[in-house]
Design a protein around this ligand. Structure first.
Ligand code: PEP
Ligand code: MG
Length: 583
Protein backbone atom coordinates (compact mmCIF):
# COMPACT_ATOMS: atom_id res chain seq x y z
CA UNK A 1 0.00 0.00 0.00
CA UNK A 2 1.38 3.40 -0.98
CA UNK A 3 2.00 5.93 1.78
CA UNK A 4 4.28 8.88 2.27
CA UNK A 5 6.42 10.22 5.08
CA UNK A 6 7.25 13.91 5.34
CA UNK A 7 10.50 15.43 6.49
CA UNK A 8 12.89 18.23 5.64
CA UNK A 9 14.28 18.58 2.14
CA UNK A 10 18.05 18.79 2.44
CA UNK A 11 19.54 17.60 -0.79
CA UNK A 12 17.81 18.02 -4.09
CA UNK A 13 16.78 15.50 -6.70
CA UNK A 14 14.79 12.31 -6.88
CA UNK A 15 16.05 8.86 -5.90
CA UNK A 16 14.09 5.72 -6.56
CA UNK A 17 15.30 2.50 -5.03
CA UNK A 18 14.91 -0.26 -2.52
CA UNK A 19 15.15 0.58 1.16
CA UNK A 20 18.08 -0.58 3.23
CA UNK A 21 17.27 -0.03 6.88
CA UNK A 22 20.40 0.33 8.97
CA UNK A 23 20.35 0.41 12.75
CA UNK A 24 22.34 3.34 14.14
CA UNK A 25 24.54 0.98 16.14
CA UNK A 26 25.54 -0.97 13.04
CA UNK A 27 26.24 1.84 10.63
CA UNK A 28 29.96 1.13 10.63
CA UNK A 29 29.39 -2.29 9.03
CA UNK A 30 30.80 -2.34 5.49
CA UNK A 31 28.25 -2.05 2.67
CA UNK A 32 29.36 -3.12 -0.79
CA UNK A 33 28.42 -5.46 -3.60
CA UNK A 34 30.18 -8.69 -4.48
CA UNK A 35 30.42 -10.03 -8.01
CA UNK A 36 28.54 -13.19 -9.07
CA UNK A 37 31.68 -15.32 -8.87
CA UNK A 38 32.36 -14.09 -5.32
CA UNK A 39 28.94 -15.06 -3.91
CA UNK A 40 30.02 -18.57 -2.84
CA UNK A 41 33.12 -17.22 -1.13
CA UNK A 42 31.03 -14.69 0.76
CA UNK A 43 28.63 -17.40 1.98
CA UNK A 44 31.63 -19.48 3.03
CA UNK A 45 33.10 -16.53 4.97
CA UNK A 46 29.86 -16.25 6.88
CA UNK A 47 29.63 -20.01 7.50
CA UNK A 48 33.18 -19.98 8.80
CA UNK A 49 32.42 -17.11 11.22
CA UNK A 50 29.26 -18.83 12.40
CA UNK A 51 31.11 -22.07 13.05
CA UNK A 52 33.76 -20.19 14.96
CA UNK A 53 31.16 -18.53 17.18
CA UNK A 54 29.50 -21.92 17.73
CA UNK A 55 32.83 -23.40 18.76
CA UNK A 56 33.42 -20.48 21.16
CA UNK A 57 30.04 -21.04 22.83
CA UNK A 58 30.57 -24.78 23.10
CA UNK A 59 33.95 -24.10 24.72
CA UNK A 60 32.34 -21.83 27.31
CA UNK A 61 29.73 -24.52 27.97
CA UNK A 62 32.47 -27.07 28.52
CA UNK A 63 34.39 -24.87 30.92
CA UNK A 64 31.19 -24.25 32.88
CA UNK A 65 30.66 -27.96 32.97
CA UNK A 66 34.14 -28.47 34.34
CA UNK A 67 33.49 -25.89 37.03
CA UNK A 68 30.56 -27.86 38.40
CA UNK A 69 27.15 -29.27 37.58
CA UNK A 70 25.19 -27.43 34.90
CA UNK A 71 22.44 -26.47 37.30
CA UNK A 72 25.01 -24.33 39.17
CA UNK A 73 24.66 -21.76 36.37
CA UNK A 74 21.13 -22.38 35.10
CA UNK A 75 20.64 -18.95 33.53
CA UNK A 76 23.97 -18.86 31.74
CA UNK A 77 23.58 -22.41 30.50
CA UNK A 78 20.13 -21.63 29.13
CA UNK A 79 21.41 -18.46 27.49
CA UNK A 80 24.23 -20.27 25.74
CA UNK A 81 21.75 -22.86 24.49
CA UNK A 82 19.56 -20.10 23.07
CA UNK A 83 22.57 -18.54 21.35
CA UNK A 84 23.54 -21.86 19.80
CA UNK A 85 20.00 -22.33 18.60
CA UNK A 86 19.84 -18.85 17.12
CA UNK A 87 23.09 -19.45 15.25
CA UNK A 88 21.41 -22.30 13.40
CA UNK A 89 18.09 -20.52 13.02
CA UNK A 90 16.83 -21.06 9.49
CA UNK A 91 15.23 -17.67 9.16
CA UNK A 92 18.58 -16.10 9.92
CA UNK A 93 20.76 -18.36 7.79
CA UNK A 94 18.40 -18.57 4.81
CA UNK A 95 17.64 -14.87 4.96
CA UNK A 96 21.30 -13.92 4.97
CA UNK A 97 21.93 -16.25 2.04
CA UNK A 98 19.06 -14.60 0.18
CA UNK A 99 20.64 -11.12 0.45
CA UNK A 100 24.02 -12.44 -0.71
CA UNK A 101 22.73 -14.57 -3.59
CA UNK A 102 19.91 -12.36 -4.84
CA UNK A 103 21.30 -8.92 -4.09
CA UNK A 104 25.03 -9.56 -3.97
CA UNK A 105 25.38 -7.81 -0.59
CA UNK A 106 28.65 -8.51 1.21
CA UNK A 107 28.28 -10.93 4.13
CA UNK A 108 28.26 -8.36 6.95
CA UNK A 109 25.67 -6.24 5.20
CA UNK A 110 23.51 -9.31 4.46
CA UNK A 111 23.73 -10.36 8.10
CA UNK A 112 22.70 -6.99 9.53
CA UNK A 113 19.94 -6.63 6.93
CA UNK A 114 18.42 -9.94 7.96
CA UNK A 115 18.87 -9.03 11.61
CA UNK A 116 16.71 -5.94 11.02
CA UNK A 117 14.02 -8.07 9.33
CA UNK A 118 13.85 -10.50 12.26
CA UNK A 119 14.19 -7.80 14.90
CA UNK A 120 11.03 -6.14 13.55
CA UNK A 121 9.15 -9.42 13.94
CA UNK A 122 10.35 -9.73 17.52
CA UNK A 123 9.21 -6.16 18.23
CA UNK A 124 5.71 -7.05 17.12
CA UNK A 125 5.41 -10.12 19.37
CA UNK A 126 2.90 -10.04 22.20
CA UNK A 127 4.84 -12.41 24.43
CA UNK A 128 7.41 -10.39 26.45
CA UNK A 129 9.69 -13.45 26.79
CA UNK A 130 9.88 -13.86 23.02
CA UNK A 131 10.27 -10.10 22.54
CA UNK A 132 13.33 -10.20 24.72
CA UNK A 133 14.95 -12.81 22.49
CA UNK A 134 15.72 -9.94 20.15
CA UNK A 135 18.59 -8.92 22.43
CA UNK A 136 19.98 -12.46 22.20
CA UNK A 137 19.79 -12.38 18.44
CA UNK A 138 21.60 -9.05 18.39
CA UNK A 139 24.33 -10.46 20.59
CA UNK A 140 24.76 -13.47 18.34
CA UNK A 141 25.01 -11.27 15.24
CA UNK A 142 27.47 -9.00 17.05
CA UNK A 143 29.66 -12.05 17.80
CA UNK A 144 29.59 -13.17 14.17
CA UNK A 145 30.47 -9.65 13.04
CA UNK A 146 33.36 -9.54 15.49
CA UNK A 147 34.82 -12.76 14.05
CA UNK A 148 34.33 -11.46 10.51
CA UNK A 149 36.09 -8.21 11.34
CA UNK A 150 39.27 -10.26 11.65
CA UNK A 151 38.72 -11.81 8.22
CA UNK A 152 37.97 -8.99 5.80
CA UNK A 153 36.50 -9.90 2.47
CA UNK A 154 38.99 -9.77 -0.39
CA UNK A 155 36.53 -7.58 -2.29
CA UNK A 156 36.04 -4.98 0.45
CA UNK A 157 38.16 -2.38 -1.32
CA UNK A 158 36.73 -0.16 -4.07
CA UNK A 159 33.12 -0.58 -3.12
CA UNK A 160 31.07 0.02 -6.26
CA UNK A 161 27.92 2.08 -6.61
CA UNK A 162 24.91 0.27 -8.01
CA UNK A 163 25.05 0.04 -11.72
CA UNK A 164 28.83 0.48 -11.84
CA UNK A 165 30.71 -2.79 -12.28
CA UNK A 166 28.12 -4.22 -9.99
CA UNK A 167 26.39 -7.48 -10.67
CA UNK A 168 23.17 -5.98 -9.35
CA UNK A 169 21.90 -2.72 -10.75
CA UNK A 170 19.00 -2.05 -8.36
CA UNK A 171 19.49 1.38 -6.76
CA UNK A 172 19.44 1.35 -2.97
CA UNK A 173 18.49 4.07 -0.54
CA UNK A 174 19.56 4.15 3.06
CA UNK A 175 17.02 4.62 5.84
CA UNK A 176 18.29 5.17 9.37
CA UNK A 177 17.08 6.64 12.60
CA UNK A 178 20.10 8.87 12.82
CA UNK A 179 23.44 9.25 11.09
CA UNK A 180 26.33 11.20 12.53
CA UNK A 181 28.28 13.47 10.16
CA UNK A 182 31.16 10.98 10.31
CA UNK A 183 28.81 8.09 9.36
CA UNK A 184 27.55 10.16 6.49
CA UNK A 185 31.08 10.79 5.30
CA UNK A 186 31.76 7.07 5.38
CA UNK A 187 28.87 6.60 2.96
CA UNK A 188 30.38 9.07 0.52
CA UNK A 189 31.99 6.30 -1.52
CA UNK A 190 29.15 3.90 -0.93
CA UNK A 191 26.44 2.19 -2.88
CA UNK A 192 23.54 4.37 -1.78
CA UNK A 193 21.60 6.62 -4.12
CA UNK A 194 19.71 8.53 -1.42
CA UNK A 195 19.26 8.96 2.34
CA UNK A 196 16.44 9.31 4.81
CA UNK A 197 16.84 9.85 8.55
CA UNK A 198 14.23 10.16 11.29
CA UNK A 199 16.02 13.03 13.01
CA UNK A 200 18.10 16.04 12.04
CA UNK A 201 17.61 19.66 11.02
CA UNK A 202 18.16 21.27 7.64
CA UNK A 203 21.57 22.68 8.55
CA UNK A 204 22.66 19.81 10.79
CA UNK A 205 26.08 18.58 9.76
CA UNK A 206 24.57 15.28 8.65
CA UNK A 207 22.40 17.22 6.20
CA UNK A 208 25.39 19.27 5.11
CA UNK A 209 27.42 16.17 4.27
CA UNK A 210 24.43 14.69 2.41
CA UNK A 211 24.26 17.88 0.38
CA UNK A 212 27.95 17.68 -0.37
CA UNK A 213 27.38 14.20 -1.79
CA UNK A 214 24.82 15.68 -4.15
CA UNK A 215 22.32 12.87 -3.76
CA UNK A 216 18.68 13.24 -2.72
CA UNK A 217 18.18 13.27 1.04
CA UNK A 218 15.40 13.91 3.54
CA UNK A 219 16.06 14.36 7.27
CA UNK A 220 13.70 14.79 10.21
CA UNK A 221 11.30 12.23 8.70
CA UNK A 222 10.26 11.27 12.24
CA UNK A 223 9.43 7.55 12.22
CA UNK A 224 10.52 6.70 8.68
CA UNK A 225 12.89 3.99 9.88
CA UNK A 226 9.99 2.33 11.72
CA UNK A 227 7.38 2.66 8.99
CA UNK A 228 9.55 1.63 6.07
CA UNK A 229 10.50 -2.02 5.81
CA UNK A 230 13.66 -3.65 4.56
CA UNK A 231 13.59 -3.86 0.75
CA UNK A 232 10.47 -1.69 0.28
CA UNK A 233 10.50 0.37 -2.90
CA UNK A 234 10.77 4.03 -1.99
CA UNK A 235 10.99 7.35 -3.76
CA UNK A 236 12.97 10.12 -2.08
CA UNK A 237 11.95 13.56 -3.22
CA UNK A 238 14.83 15.67 -1.96
CA UNK A 239 13.24 18.88 -3.27
CA UNK A 240 9.94 18.50 -1.43
CA UNK A 241 11.19 16.56 1.62
CA UNK A 242 8.84 13.66 0.93
CA UNK A 243 9.45 9.92 0.98
CA UNK A 244 6.92 7.82 -0.93
CA UNK A 245 6.82 4.18 0.14
CA UNK A 246 5.63 1.34 -2.06
CA UNK A 247 4.67 3.71 -4.90
CA UNK A 248 1.99 2.84 -7.43
CA UNK A 249 3.06 2.45 -11.09
CA UNK A 250 1.57 5.88 -11.83
CA UNK A 251 3.64 7.54 -9.09
CA UNK A 252 6.74 5.67 -10.23
CA UNK A 253 6.24 6.96 -13.76
CA UNK A 254 5.63 10.51 -12.51
CA UNK A 255 8.75 10.60 -10.34
CA UNK A 256 10.79 8.81 -12.99
CA UNK A 257 9.89 11.68 -15.32
CA UNK A 258 10.88 14.28 -12.69
CA UNK A 259 14.16 12.44 -12.18
CA UNK A 260 14.97 12.64 -15.89
CA UNK A 261 13.98 16.32 -15.95
CA UNK A 262 16.46 16.92 -13.12
CA UNK A 263 19.18 15.24 -15.15
CA UNK A 264 18.41 17.43 -18.15
CA UNK A 265 18.55 20.54 -15.93
CA UNK A 266 21.94 19.50 -14.55
CA UNK A 267 23.21 18.93 -18.02
CA UNK A 268 22.05 22.42 -18.99
CA UNK A 269 23.67 24.01 -15.92
CA UNK A 270 26.97 22.24 -16.56
CA UNK A 271 27.43 24.49 -19.61
CA UNK A 272 27.86 27.45 -17.24
CA UNK A 273 31.03 25.98 -15.73
CA UNK A 274 33.42 28.28 -17.56
CA UNK A 275 31.12 31.32 -17.64
CA UNK A 276 32.43 34.04 -15.29
CA UNK A 277 30.05 34.84 -12.41
CA UNK A 278 29.27 38.45 -13.33
CA UNK A 279 25.97 40.22 -12.72
CA UNK A 280 24.04 42.13 -15.39
CA UNK A 281 25.57 45.38 -14.07
CA UNK A 282 29.09 44.00 -14.29
CA UNK A 283 29.74 43.06 -10.65
CA UNK A 284 32.20 40.17 -10.37
CA UNK A 285 31.10 37.58 -7.82
CA UNK A 286 33.49 35.12 -6.21
CA UNK A 287 32.11 31.56 -6.01
CA UNK A 288 34.08 29.33 -3.66
CA UNK A 289 33.66 25.72 -2.57
CA UNK A 290 33.00 24.15 0.83
CA UNK A 291 34.80 20.84 1.18
CA UNK A 292 35.12 18.14 3.84
CA UNK A 293 37.98 16.08 2.48
CA UNK A 294 41.06 16.89 0.37
CA UNK A 295 39.68 14.72 -2.43
CA UNK A 296 36.67 17.05 -2.72
CA UNK A 297 38.99 19.53 -4.45
CA UNK A 298 38.37 17.61 -7.68
CA UNK A 299 34.62 18.33 -7.50
CA UNK A 300 35.30 21.95 -6.56
CA UNK A 301 37.39 22.51 -9.70
CA UNK A 302 34.92 20.61 -11.83
CA UNK A 303 32.13 22.91 -10.70
CA UNK A 304 34.19 25.97 -11.61
CA UNK A 305 34.95 27.16 -8.04
CA UNK A 306 37.66 29.83 -7.90
CA UNK A 307 38.98 28.50 -4.60
CA UNK A 308 37.97 26.72 -1.42
CA UNK A 309 36.17 29.06 0.98
CA UNK A 310 35.77 26.49 3.73
CA UNK A 311 37.64 23.25 4.28
CA UNK A 312 35.96 21.74 7.36
CA UNK A 313 39.12 20.17 8.78
CA UNK A 314 37.24 18.48 11.65
CA UNK A 315 36.23 15.66 9.31
CA UNK A 316 39.85 14.49 9.51
CA UNK A 317 39.40 14.23 13.29
CA UNK A 318 36.08 12.42 13.53
CA UNK A 319 35.22 8.73 13.82
CA UNK A 320 38.75 7.69 14.82
CA UNK A 321 37.97 6.43 18.32
CA UNK A 322 39.77 9.35 19.90
CA UNK A 323 43.04 8.84 17.99
CA UNK A 324 43.55 12.26 16.44
CA UNK A 325 45.53 12.83 13.26
CA UNK A 326 49.06 14.01 14.07
CA UNK A 327 50.82 16.97 12.45
CA UNK A 328 52.27 14.92 9.61
CA UNK A 329 48.97 13.26 8.70
CA UNK A 330 47.20 16.62 8.73
CA UNK A 331 49.97 18.26 6.71
CA UNK A 332 49.66 15.58 4.03
CA UNK A 333 45.87 16.04 3.91
CA UNK A 334 46.05 19.86 3.66
CA UNK A 335 48.82 19.62 1.08
CA UNK A 336 46.65 17.29 -1.03
CA UNK A 337 43.83 19.83 -0.90
CA UNK A 338 46.18 22.71 -1.79
CA UNK A 339 47.76 20.81 -4.68
CA UNK A 340 44.31 19.60 -5.77
CA UNK A 341 43.19 23.22 -6.18
CA UNK A 342 46.07 23.88 -8.61
CA UNK A 343 47.09 27.33 -7.42
CA UNK A 344 43.67 28.56 -6.33
CA UNK A 345 43.36 29.58 -2.64
CA UNK A 346 42.29 27.07 -0.01
CA UNK A 347 40.70 28.32 3.21
CA UNK A 348 41.41 25.77 5.92
CA UNK A 349 39.24 26.16 8.96
CA UNK A 350 40.80 24.97 12.21
CA UNK A 351 39.03 22.06 13.83
CA UNK A 352 35.38 22.60 14.75
CA UNK A 353 34.30 19.55 16.74
CA UNK A 354 31.60 19.45 19.36
CA UNK A 355 27.85 20.14 19.17
CA UNK A 356 26.44 17.91 16.40
CA UNK A 357 29.96 16.98 15.26
CA UNK A 358 31.14 14.72 18.08
CA UNK A 359 34.61 13.25 17.75
CA UNK A 360 33.21 9.77 18.27
CA UNK A 361 29.94 8.00 17.74
CA UNK A 362 28.91 8.57 21.36
CA UNK A 363 27.86 12.20 21.28
CA UNK A 364 27.67 12.73 25.01
CA UNK A 365 29.24 10.93 27.87
CA UNK A 366 27.16 9.49 30.69
CA UNK A 367 26.31 12.13 33.25
CA UNK A 368 26.60 14.96 30.72
CA UNK A 369 23.16 14.60 29.17
CA UNK A 370 21.93 17.79 30.83
CA UNK A 371 24.59 19.85 29.05
CA UNK A 372 24.04 21.58 25.74
CA UNK A 373 27.01 20.69 23.52
CA UNK A 374 26.28 23.57 21.12
CA UNK A 375 27.09 25.95 23.95
CA UNK A 376 29.96 23.93 25.33
CA UNK A 377 33.56 23.12 24.50
CA UNK A 378 33.20 23.46 20.76
CA UNK A 379 35.37 24.77 17.87
CA UNK A 380 38.02 27.32 18.98
CA UNK A 381 37.15 26.69 22.62
CA UNK A 382 38.09 23.05 22.16
CA UNK A 383 41.31 24.00 20.36
CA UNK A 384 42.38 26.51 23.01
CA UNK A 385 41.70 23.95 25.73
CA UNK A 386 44.39 21.72 24.20
CA UNK A 387 47.18 24.01 22.93
CA UNK A 388 49.50 21.13 21.97
CA UNK A 389 46.85 19.67 19.68
CA UNK A 390 46.02 23.12 18.27
CA UNK A 391 49.70 23.94 17.65
CA UNK A 392 50.09 20.68 15.72
CA UNK A 393 47.19 21.69 13.49
CA UNK A 394 48.52 25.22 13.01
CA UNK A 395 51.98 23.92 12.07
CA UNK A 396 50.40 21.48 9.59
CA UNK A 397 48.42 24.31 7.95
CA UNK A 398 51.45 26.64 7.80
CA UNK A 399 53.50 23.85 6.21
CA UNK A 400 50.78 23.21 3.62
CA UNK A 401 50.92 26.92 2.78
CA UNK A 402 54.36 26.32 1.24
CA UNK A 403 52.57 24.45 -1.58
CA UNK A 404 50.05 27.10 -2.63
CA UNK A 405 47.87 29.94 -1.33
CA UNK A 406 46.31 29.08 2.03
CA UNK A 407 43.96 31.09 4.23
CA UNK A 408 43.60 30.07 7.85
CA UNK A 409 40.10 30.44 9.26
CA UNK A 410 39.16 30.26 12.94
CA UNK A 411 35.64 29.17 13.97
CA UNK A 412 33.31 30.49 16.66
CA UNK A 413 35.42 33.27 18.13
CA UNK A 414 33.54 35.59 20.46
CA UNK A 415 36.00 37.04 22.97
CA UNK A 416 38.98 39.36 22.63
CA UNK A 417 40.92 36.95 24.84
CA UNK A 418 40.24 34.09 22.40
CA UNK A 419 41.49 36.23 19.53
CA UNK A 420 44.66 37.10 21.44
CA UNK A 421 45.35 33.48 22.41
CA UNK A 422 44.71 32.24 18.88
CA UNK A 423 47.01 34.77 17.27
CA UNK A 424 49.71 34.08 19.86
CA UNK A 425 49.51 30.37 19.07
CA UNK A 426 49.73 31.03 15.31
CA UNK A 427 52.93 33.01 15.98
CA UNK A 428 54.26 30.29 18.26
CA UNK A 429 53.59 27.63 15.58
CA UNK A 430 55.54 29.75 13.08
CA UNK A 431 58.44 30.14 15.49
CA UNK A 432 58.51 26.42 16.17
CA UNK A 433 58.73 25.68 12.45
CA UNK A 434 61.46 28.31 12.00
CA UNK A 435 63.43 26.89 14.91
CA UNK A 436 63.20 23.40 13.46
CA UNK A 437 64.10 24.65 9.98
CA UNK A 438 60.84 23.30 8.54
CA UNK A 439 59.55 24.87 5.34
CA UNK A 440 56.28 26.77 5.65
CA UNK A 441 54.36 29.55 3.92
CA UNK A 442 52.49 32.70 4.82
CA UNK A 443 48.75 32.62 5.33
CA UNK A 444 45.95 35.16 5.37
CA UNK A 445 44.16 35.03 8.72
CA UNK A 446 40.38 34.97 8.89
CA UNK A 447 37.73 34.75 11.59
CA UNK A 448 34.31 33.20 11.33
CA UNK A 449 31.43 35.35 12.42
CA UNK A 450 28.95 32.86 13.77
CA UNK A 451 28.12 34.06 17.26
CA UNK A 452 26.00 37.22 17.72
CA UNK A 453 28.65 38.56 20.12
CA UNK A 454 31.15 38.52 17.24
CA UNK A 455 28.72 40.07 14.77
CA UNK A 456 28.14 42.92 17.24
CA UNK A 457 31.87 43.62 17.69
CA UNK A 458 33.11 43.56 14.09
CA UNK A 459 35.69 46.39 14.58
CA UNK A 460 37.58 44.17 17.04
CA UNK A 461 37.74 41.40 14.45
CA UNK A 462 38.73 43.70 11.62
CA UNK A 463 41.59 45.00 13.71
CA UNK A 464 43.13 41.53 14.00
CA UNK A 465 42.10 39.62 10.88
CA UNK A 466 42.67 39.92 7.14
CA UNK A 467 39.17 38.70 6.23
CA UNK A 468 35.90 37.49 7.78
CA UNK A 469 33.65 34.62 6.83
CA UNK A 470 30.06 34.57 8.06
CA UNK A 471 28.90 31.16 9.25
CA UNK A 472 25.19 31.70 8.90
CA UNK A 473 24.33 28.16 10.04
CA UNK A 474 25.56 28.95 13.51
CA UNK A 475 24.81 32.66 13.41
CA UNK A 476 21.13 31.78 12.90
CA UNK A 477 21.26 29.02 15.52
CA UNK A 478 22.78 31.28 18.18
CA UNK A 479 20.82 34.44 17.30
CA UNK A 480 17.45 32.71 17.37
CA UNK A 481 18.29 30.12 20.06
CA UNK A 482 17.28 27.28 17.73
CA UNK A 483 19.22 24.03 17.78
CA UNK A 484 20.09 23.58 14.11
CA UNK A 485 20.06 19.78 14.49
CA UNK A 486 16.61 19.57 16.08
CA UNK A 487 13.79 18.95 13.60
CA UNK A 488 11.21 19.80 16.29
CA UNK A 489 12.11 23.50 16.08
CA UNK A 490 13.21 23.57 12.46
CA UNK A 491 10.17 25.67 11.50
CA UNK A 492 11.64 28.47 13.64
CA UNK A 493 15.08 28.29 12.02
CA UNK A 494 14.67 31.40 9.90
CA UNK A 495 17.54 32.75 7.76
CA UNK A 496 15.56 35.93 7.02
CA UNK A 497 14.59 36.77 10.57
CA UNK A 498 15.14 40.57 10.88
CA UNK A 499 17.74 40.04 13.63
CA UNK A 500 19.78 37.72 11.42
CA UNK A 501 19.54 40.07 8.44
CA UNK A 502 20.72 43.03 10.51
CA UNK A 503 23.77 41.13 11.75
CA UNK A 504 24.54 40.00 8.21
CA UNK A 505 24.09 43.44 6.66
CA UNK A 506 26.15 45.28 9.25
CA UNK A 507 28.99 42.75 9.07
CA UNK A 508 29.19 43.04 5.28
CA UNK A 509 29.00 46.87 5.36
CA UNK A 510 31.73 47.22 8.00
CA UNK A 511 34.08 44.88 6.14
CA UNK A 512 33.64 46.79 2.90
CA UNK A 513 34.18 50.11 4.67
CA UNK A 514 37.58 48.83 5.81
CA UNK A 515 38.38 47.24 2.46
CA UNK A 516 38.48 43.75 4.00
CA UNK A 517 37.20 40.60 2.37
CA UNK A 518 33.97 39.06 3.62
CA UNK A 519 32.15 35.95 2.48
CA UNK A 520 29.26 33.78 3.61
CA UNK A 521 30.11 30.10 3.96
CA UNK A 522 26.94 28.86 5.69
CA UNK A 523 24.23 26.99 3.78
CA UNK A 524 22.53 30.29 2.96
CA UNK A 525 25.28 30.98 0.40
CA UNK A 526 24.31 27.91 -1.65
CA UNK A 527 20.57 28.47 -1.45
CA UNK A 528 19.35 30.00 -4.73
CA UNK A 529 16.38 31.49 -2.90
CA UNK A 530 18.85 33.67 -0.95
CA UNK A 531 21.18 34.73 -3.76
CA UNK A 532 19.36 37.96 -4.65
CA UNK A 533 19.08 39.05 -1.05
CA UNK A 534 22.75 38.42 -0.28
CA UNK A 535 23.78 40.30 -3.43
CA UNK A 536 21.47 43.15 -2.43
CA UNK A 537 23.09 43.28 1.00
CA UNK A 538 26.41 43.79 -0.75
CA UNK A 539 27.88 40.30 -0.57
CA UNK A 540 30.35 39.53 -3.37
CA UNK A 541 31.87 36.27 -2.14
CA UNK A 542 29.87 33.06 -1.61
CA UNK A 543 31.17 29.69 -0.44
CA UNK A 544 29.06 26.56 -0.89
CA UNK A 545 29.11 22.89 -1.84
CA UNK A 546 30.40 22.38 -5.35
CA UNK A 547 27.05 20.88 -6.35
CA UNK A 548 25.32 24.22 -5.69
CA UNK A 549 27.75 26.49 -7.54
CA UNK A 550 26.25 26.34 -11.02
CA UNK A 551 22.67 26.95 -9.89
CA UNK A 552 23.79 29.98 -7.84
CA UNK A 553 25.84 31.22 -10.77
CA UNK A 554 22.77 31.00 -13.01
CA UNK A 555 20.92 33.26 -10.54
CA UNK A 556 23.83 35.71 -10.41
CA UNK A 557 23.94 36.04 -14.20
CA UNK A 558 20.30 37.24 -14.11
CA UNK A 559 20.77 39.82 -11.33
CA UNK A 560 21.30 43.57 -11.30
CA UNK A 561 22.88 44.52 -7.99
CA UNK A 562 21.91 48.21 -8.17
CA UNK A 563 18.25 47.26 -8.24
CA UNK A 564 18.71 44.55 -5.67
CA UNK A 565 20.37 46.97 -3.27
CA UNK A 566 17.21 49.12 -3.04
CA UNK A 567 14.99 46.06 -2.68
CA UNK A 568 17.26 44.57 0.02
CA UNK A 569 16.90 47.75 2.09
CA UNK A 570 13.10 47.29 2.01
CA UNK A 571 13.49 43.66 3.09
CA UNK A 572 15.83 44.75 5.86
CA UNK A 573 13.30 47.26 7.17
CA UNK A 574 10.35 44.87 6.97
CA UNK A 575 8.60 43.30 9.94
CA UNK A 576 8.14 40.11 7.94
CA UNK A 577 11.01 39.94 5.44
CA UNK A 578 9.97 36.46 4.25
CA UNK A 579 6.84 37.95 2.71
CA UNK A 580 8.99 40.14 0.43
CA UNK A 581 11.39 37.46 -0.68
CA UNK A 582 9.49 36.63 -3.87
CA UNK A 583 9.07 40.26 -4.97
C1 PEP B 1 28.33 27.85 9.74
O1 PEP B 1 28.12 27.77 10.95
O2 PEP B 1 27.62 28.52 8.97
C2 PEP B 1 29.47 27.14 9.14
C3 PEP B 1 29.79 27.31 7.89
O3 PEP B 1 30.13 26.25 9.93
P1 PEP B 1 29.53 24.81 10.29
O4 PEP B 1 28.30 24.61 9.46
O5 PEP B 1 30.58 23.82 10.00
O6 PEP B 1 29.23 24.93 11.74
MG1 MG C 1 29.64 26.97 12.21
Amino acid sequence: MTFSVHGLAVSRGIAIGRAVIVASSRIDVAHYFVQAEQVEGEIERLRHARNEVSAEIVKVQQSLHELGPADAHPELTALLDVHLMLLQDEQLTNGVKHWIVERHYNAEWALTTQLEVIARQFDEMEDPYLRERKADLEQVVERILRVMRGVTSPVAAGQPRPGQDSAVAVPLVLIAHDLSPADMLQFKQSVFAGFVTDVGGKTSHTAIVARSMDIPAVVGARSASQLIEQDDWVIIDGDAGVVVVDPSPILLAEYGFKQRQGEVERERLSRLKNTPAVTLDGQKIELLANIEQPEDAVGALKAGAVGVGLFRSEFLFMGRNGKLPDEEEQYQAYKRAVEGMQGLPVTIRTVDVGADKPLDRVAQRAGEEHLNPALGLRAIRWSLADPAMFLAQLRAILRAAAHGPVHLLVPMLAHASEIRQTLALVNRAREQLDAAGVRHGSVKLGAMIEVPAAALTIPLFLKHFDFLSIGTNDLIQYTLAIDRADEAVSHLYDPVHPAVLHLLASTITQCHAQGKGVSVCGEMAGDVAMTRLLLGLGLRSFSMHPSQILAVKQQILRCDTTRLQTWAQTVLAAEDPAALMTD
